[in-house]
Design a protein around this ligand. Structure first.
Ligand code: ZN
Length: 216
């Protein structure tokens, strides 16, 4: 469910007016809101007095169940109260979880964000990674490698793509296998920057995938 409320807004010109602001986004219910958010079109208001258009900041709860992302987005001006916001977020998150049935238990942590721009940056970066994941899935069998999926919340925690290349037929995430499959992938498409970055990180620290496996 996505929610919007009529809020009082003060324009830099001093005029006070009311506008409908979105305070909760459920991507599963309203995928179009994710696109609008990325395009900077959510909670964009225009002052009826002076015509100024600006972004009206308000708290937004953002939930994308498929991508396992729950973000509590506070206005940028709340940044100096980060500890209090985090405490409030965890309290509200726990009480919301208590209200869910066992089936809907959410096993990942919410993230705390100040200012909508930071959420947009995260969403844009994940979209770019998803584009590369699509390329991998598309060419994997053609170039003789396999793919394994990592839970989205875990991939985000470790800043890795949620689709990993592996040796053909492999059912486990093994660092040497992933390195070898990454090299094959990048030989066929050197433009996959997120996978190139992963190869670079893995070459320096093979045990990082052990931590990913432990978290799964
Ligand atoms: Zn105004």
């Amino acid at each position: 469910m996505s929610i919007s409320n009529l809020e009082e807004i003060t324009c830099p010109c001093g005029n006070v007016f009311e506008a409908d602001l979105i305070s909760a986004v459920s991507v599963a219910d309203n995928p179009e809101l994710k696109e609008a958010l990325i395009a900077g079109e959510i909670n964009l208001v225009s002052c009826p007095q002076c015509g100024e258009m600006f972004y009206a900041e308000c708290f937004i709860l953002y939930h994308d169940s498929e991508n396992e992302l729950i973000a509590f987005v506070y206005p940028l001006t709340f940044q100096n109260q980060a500890a209090r916001c985090r405490e409030k977020m965890l309290r509200e998150f726990r009480s919301a979880l208590d209200g869910f049935g066992e089936k809907q238990k959410i096993a990942y942590d919410p993230i705390l964000i100040f200012g909508i721009e930071d959420l947009v940056l995260i969403l844009k970066a994940e979209q770019e990674t998803e584009d590369e994941e699509s390329v991998l899935k598309h060419i994997a069998s053609k170039i003789g490698i396999g793919v394994l999926k990592v839970q989205p919340s875990i991939a985000r925690k470790f800043s890795i793509p949620k689709v990993l290349p592996v040796l053909k037929g492999s059912k486990t995430i093994d660092a040497n296998g992933v390195i070898s499959a990454l090299k094959t992938l990048l030989k066929h498409n050197p433009n996959l920057l997120n996978y190139a970055k992963l190869l670079d990180r893995l070459s320096k620290n093979k045990s990082m995938l052990d931590d990913v496996k432990k978290a799964e």
